[in-house]
Design a protein around this ligand. Structure first.
Ligand code: KG4
Ligand code: ZN
Length: 369
């Protein structure tokens, strides 16, 4: 027997007989994630994570300096079923225990999404269980519900990933109002593109932030785009150009000043995210903040937000560090929360499509299918 699965540990008061299990599959980009989350129907208890497993394709894409969509799709095909077996074993569940199969329907890479959607629908059909397409960003948004300190509604959400940067007023489950968003690059893209200019490997965000730890954030004066625009929109494309200009100016001297330039870049991104987030809290009067998406793993951003929120008496929630970037647990959790609240329409005809582009505020309750 392996270790006791998290959902069965003492103190969780899980009534197994009433539990419904959702299998979640994430395959929108370069991570294959699978998880099971259990919930009690008609209850207000937060759903619990049974187990999750992840395969990152970073090593495979690193040689190309970014994600190669065709390679991503093929690798998802290879990984998704072994990961499913692993997750079920870890949670001590069988396929017959699964009540619903959830998958990321969008946004993301079309081919990669199709793998998760196809496998989820095939599993659903084979098991005679319904399937549910989940919005990837809703998964990120609700990922702090996987941590011990789950948020309560309403909250302001700062969603910072590789493809999106958005501030949202989240009144309740499925009720998402976009307050501001990037007009060009996402925060994660700003990290990744700047890192590339500094000669760092893909994905640049974590590499740049590690390097920044030993640099001087005041060494280079970089722009803070739209900082004083009076609205809650972001723009990061100009920052990348400024980093390029600095890198060119430094020429051979870049390697010596690499850490300083990394620290200055990170400081510029963090300052804009911080100021706009605080403005969103002021504008909405909401005293709770959720930070989600890959860039939410950034320590400097976490420290800046936590300090400012502490001063204002605002509660701030982050996903656990390993659940900031893409994973199956957030997809299974988003589906479980919707199913528990009666805000989803799982389907049993197993016809599927994917939505590579899909604005989050179009996911009204219930999910339009
Ligand atoms: O949410 P995510 O896994 O994928 C998308 O949905 O896009 O986010 C990936 C992004 C990448 O741009 C990556 O560089 C960035 O999150 N990222 C970070 C850190 N960890 C991941 N950026 C800054 N600091 C980090 N520690
Ligand atoms: Zn993501």
């Amino acid at each position: 027997m392996g270790p006791t699965p998290p959902w069965a540990r003492a103190g969780r008061r899980v009534r197994l007989h009433a539990m419904k299990w959702v299998l979640g599959i994430e395959s929108s980009c370069d991570e294959t994630g699978v998880a099971v989350v259990g919930y009690q129907p008609q209850s207000h208890d937060t759903p619990v994570l049974g187990a999750h497993a992840l395969h990152s394709q970073i090593d495979m894409h690193q040689a190309y300096g970014g994600v190669v969509p065709e390679l991503a799709s093929r690798d998802h095909i290879r990984r998704v079923l072994p990961l499913t077996t692993q997750v079920l074993q870890q949670a001590r569940l069988g396929l017959a225990d699964i009540d619903c199969v959830a998958y990321t329907r969008g946004p993301g890479l079309a081919g990669a999404l199709l793998v998760g959607a196809g496998v989820a629908c095939a599993l659903g059909a084979a098991l005679g269980r319904p399937v549910l397409g989940v919005h990837h960003l809703e998964g990120h948004l609700l990922s702090p519900f996987l941590s011990a300190d789950a948020p309560e509604f309403p909250f302001v959400a700062l969603l910072v990933s590789g493809g999106h940067t958005q501030l949202m007023a989240v009144e309740s489950l499925g009720n998402y109002r976009i307050l501001g968003e990037t007009i060009d690059d996402a925060a994660g893209e700003a990290f990744d593109k700047s890192a590339k200019l500094l000669g760092l490997p893909y994905p640049g965000g974590p590499a740049l932030s590690r390097l920044a730890e030993r640099g001087d954030a005041l060494a280079f004066k970089l722009p803070r785009p739209l900082l004083h625009s009076g609205d809650l929109d972001f723009s990061f494309a100009g920052l990348k150009t400024a980093v390029l200009t600095q890198a060119r100016k430094l020429g051979d001297g870049l390697s010596e000043r690499q850490a300083d330039l990394a620290a200055s870049t990170q400081a510029a991104i963090v300052e804009v995210l911080l100021k706009k987030t605080l403005a969103a809290l002021t504008q909405t009067g909401i005293q709770r903040l959720v930070v989600a998406g890959g860039v939410g793993a950034n320590q400097s951003l976490r420290e800046a937000l936590s300090a400012a929120c502490r001063q204002r008496g605002v509660r701030v929630h982050y996903p656990e560090l390993h659940l900031c970037t893409d994973n199956g647990a957030m997809i299974a959790m988003a589906a479980a929360l919707r199913l528990q609240a009666g805000l989803a329409q799982p389907r049993q005809d197993y016809a599927f499509d994917v939505k590579p582009r899909w604005p989050l505020d179009e996911t009204t309750s219930p999910i339009p299918i």
